[in-house]
Design a protein around this ligand. Structure first.
Ligand code: ARG
Length: 275
């Protein structure tokens, strides 16, 4: 089966508010460049055999491009996000409508929950690694684990620059993942070391280039430029890393993985190989 990844063109992308430390309204996006970078990422994924259905962009929702935050997908279920910041809450209904139309069984969380989808919820096999504190909340993550019937490992995110789990952790294959250790507390670092046999630490400069924010398609791993150390570590392990410039999206605190939502299962991305 062809991998499917939801993307949203950056027609209305920009820095209109500041909800993470990367965002600064005085540092605006170059729109032409953003569109080019997004098209290059989309074409790269297509060249890897990925089908990329599109969510229609909407004026006034500049972060809708970051489809990783639309929902958490588990088989045919979509658990739609509840954004912490009011600036992004207008995305929720659009995400739910698209996923319903696409045939997912859509679960809406109570309005009092905070949950930011695949940005904070990544599968390692049947274990759900769940980032909490800065965006998603821990009780909601536990509840989702019970709903889909899998174990949850809560990981507190302690550095505001790494406010989503997918900015500091990336599952790559069974027993293999990359992470930026200082984004986690002691407990979280230990939990990851115990769970994942081959845990690749990413250096601070590369974490800042969003090295951990990688899109995994079988053995191919797509990142922003500026991640040579991680790419070398990946090549040693038999992966084929590819980079593509995503500087305009880094201005909003996002990169490759944030711009994508795996629809045929997050676990399918990293934990099964496509030939
Ligand atoms: N500006 C967006 C926010 O702060 C960026 C989201 C990036 N997405 C991600 N999955 N890390 O919410």
């Amino acid at each position: 089966m062809r991998p499917r990844i939801l993307m949203c063109p950056p027609d209305f992308f920009g820095i209109e508010y500041e909800i993470n430390p990367w965002m600064n309204r005085a540092r605006q996006v170059d729109h032409e460049q953003a569109k080019q970078q997004w098209r290059d990422l989309n074409q790269l994924l297509t060249s890897l055999g990925v089908e990329t259905p599109l969510l229609s962009p909407v004026a006034g929702l500049p972060d809708l491009v970051f489809t990783a935050n639309a929902a958490m997908i588990y088989r045919q279920q979509a658990i739609v996000s509840r954004f912490r910041h009011p600036q992004r809450q207008g995305e929720e209904a659009l995400d739910a409508a698209w996923l319903l139309e696409d045939g997912f069984a859509v679960t809406q969380l109570p309005k009092t929950s905070y949950f930011e989808g695949a940005g904070d919820a990544l599968f390692c096999g049947e274990t759900l690694l769940a980032g909490y504190h800065l965006r998603s909340d821990a009780p909601t993550q536990q509840w989702i684990g019970e709903l889909v019937g899998c174990r949850v490992i809560p990981l507190e995110l302690v550095d505001p620059y790494y406010y989503h789990l997918d900015t500091c952790f990336c599952p790559l294959a069974p027993g293999v993942a990359a992470y930026f250790p200082p984004a986690f507390d002691e407990y979280g670092q230990r939990a990851l070391r115990e769970l994942i046999a081959d845990l690749i630490p990413v250096a601070a400069e590369e974490a800042q280039s969003f090295a951990c924010n990688a899109v995994v398609v079988g053995k191919h791993v797509v990142t922003n430029t500026g991640c040579p150390g991680l790419h070398a570590a990946l090549r040693q392990r038999g992966f084929s890393p590819v980079d593509t410039p995503l500087s305009e999206f880094v201005k909003a605190g996002g990169s490759a993985k944030c711009l994508t939502l795996r629809l045929d299962g997050e676990e399918a991305a990293a934990w099964k190989y496509y030939p």
